[in-house]
Write a protein that binds this ligand. Structure first.
Ligand SMILES: [Fe+2]
Ligand SMILES: [Fe+2]
Length: 262
């Protein structure tokens, strides 16, 4: 690594200040300088964090914006409920988004199951972002009806394809995230075509419809109006999410203990 001597000395202050410095302090300052400049040298091909990394692990928002600064998390209750995850683990950005989406569905008089699907459709982004429809469906499967998990699985692919019959347009935000000429990969197209011809199509499509109205930073939302719907349609395990030995208990535990090294 090349050191620009002049630039380095300029960071230390006046000539008198530099003269007064211990050689150890100088060495330390040089190390800092080198580390900082190493950051500046990282090229576009190097990532600080994988783009698909979940928000709870420091991954950026889908828009590319960094999430809130990571801080120590509060411990969770011994038998965590879905509502506890909203309270203690889901990043404000995702919680707000799914609450807005479910609020929109509720206001428009949708079925309770669809309202719950909207409430759950993106919370897996806290764990992982890539293929979040599939991950999200799997994470919810033991606790919700098939209609709900099916809808969550296919909403990801359907987001890329307009459906004027229900007023769903290609999201402007996707032009910013993926670029204007983006063509979804073949597996997404296949999933769309499969879902389009499936009897449950609308269970996934309507999630995308309410998704569109769920990015208003000024809108105030709360989990309270959804507590009864969760009670009626989400099979909360008595041992707590993460401890019920279900095939996906580890996903919930990963959110409970995201700082565990292994
Ligand atoms: Fe989504
Ligand atoms: Fe969404």
């Amino acid at each position: 690594m090349q050191i620009d001597r002049r630039a380095f000395l300029a960071t230390l202050g006046t000539a008198a200040a530099i003269k007064a410095m211990h050689s150890e302090a100088l060495a330390e300052a040089l190390e800092h300088h080198m580390i900082e400049n190493l950051d500046a040298e990282t090229t576009k091909d190097e990532l600080k964090v994988r783009l698909g990394t979940g928000l709870l692990f420091g991954g950026p928002l889908p828009s590319g914006k960094a999430p809130a600064v990571l801080t120590k998390l509060e411990p969770m209750p011994e038998k965590p409920t879905l509502v506890d995850f909203f309270k203690y683990r889901f990043a404000p950005a995702t919680a707000k988004h799914v609450l807005q989406s479910a609020t929109d569905a509720m206001k428009k008089g949708e079925r309770e199951e669809l309202i719950l699907a909207c409430l759950l459709h993106d919370v897996v982004l806290n764990l992982i972002k890539v293929d979040h429809g599939w991950w999200g469906a799997q994470m919810m499967e033991p606790y919700v009806s098939e209609k709900i998990s099916w809808g969550i699985r296919y909403h990801q692919a359907l987001r890329f394809y307009p459906d004027p019959s229900v007023g769903y347009e290609y999201p402007e935000m996707y032009n910013q995230i993926f670029g204007k000429d983006y063509v979804p990969p073949p597996y997404i197209k296949q999933a769309y075509e499969y879902a389009r011809n499936h009897k449950s199509y609308m269970d996934a499509r309507m999630i995308t419809v309410h998704d569109l109205y769920a990015f208003d930073p000024a809108m105030k939302v709360s989990i309270d109006p959804f507590i009864d719907i969760i009670g009626r349609h989400f099979k909360q395990p008595k041992e707590g999410l993460g401890y019920d030995n279900s095939p996906v208990a580890h996903m919930w535990r990963t959110l409970i203990f995201p700082d565990t090294p292994l």
